[in-house]
Ligand binder design. Structure first.
Ligand code: HEM
Length: 206
């Protein structure tokens, strides 16, 4: 990595935003959020899907950065969706309690293209950025449930009032971590793939 190719300041976060803006719009618009979050049955399936396809992504982030900095330990992960799912299932009928989630290891194949830390950083960008939209989705979901106070929404609530601050910190980290033009380009391409996985798994056409 040559110092001459070092990036300045917000190069990485700006490139990630501009390189994925169209995909963000497509994912936001083409996933039928009302159907995914319309009632507790749909919400249960949404949590199962999220916990399935995000688990390997979290493991990749953990493998590359888990030991680096403390804030990675407190990230929102698929485990949060899994615990919401379990709480929801256990609060419902006895019949539901025998249910189990699909093995997330079978989602590993979605990430075979990951080859290094810049790919993992691109994935991190999408997962952490999605906490911003998640606050909106949390309100949407709760307004659809009959008893919103009973529905577990740890995953959708993300970091609550700390979400915007954490997002700013994530962008600063990305700007420090992704230094060269090549690293940034790799991360943008990985973020695009992550958006496609997200959209594909939640059934929209992108
Ligand atoms: C209805 C659904 C969604 C809404 C309303 C929404 C809304 C938002 C908003 C308001 C922001 C902050 C923009 C800014 O600070 O300039 C944002 C950022 C972001 N969202 Fe979403 N979002 C949604 C779904 C998603 C999903 C499903 C993903 C991931 C697949 C996602 C990924 C991101 C990313 C990566 C950013 C950071 C953009 C940046 O670089 O500033 N969003 N979203």
């Amino acid at each position: 990595m040559s110092p001459l190719t070092d990036s300045n300041n917000s190069d990485a976060s700006s490139a990630l935003k501009s390189g994925t803006g169209d995909l963000h719009r497509q994912v936001e618009e083409s996933i039928d959020w009302r159907a995914n979050l319309g009632d507790l049955d749909a919400y249960e399936q949404f949590l199962a899907k999220v916990s399935f396809f995000l688990s390997p992504a979290d493991r990749i982030i953990d493998d590359y950065f888990g030991r680096d900095e403390g804030w990675f330990q407190t990230r929102r992960t698929a485990v949060w969706a899994r615990s919401d799912w379990m709480q929801l299932v256990h609060s419902r009928s006895e019949e539901d309690q025998g249910k189990s989630l699909p093995d997330p290891a079978t989602a590993d194949e979605l990430y075979h293209w990951v080859g290094g830390p810049a790919d993992a950083a691109g994935i991190l960008y999408v997962l952490e950025g999605s906490t911003m939209g998640s606050l909106f989705l949390c309100n949407l979901a709760c307004s659809n449930f009959e008893s919103a106070s009973d529905a577990p929404v740890k995953f959708l609530r993300a970091y609550g009032k700390d979400t915007a601050r954490r997002w700013q910190e994530t962008k600063l980290w990305l700007d420090r971590f992704l230094k060269t033009k090549d690293e940034i380009a790799t991360a943008v391409s990985a973020a695009q793939k992550m958006f496609q996985i997200y959209g594909g798994q939640l059934s929209c056409k992108i």
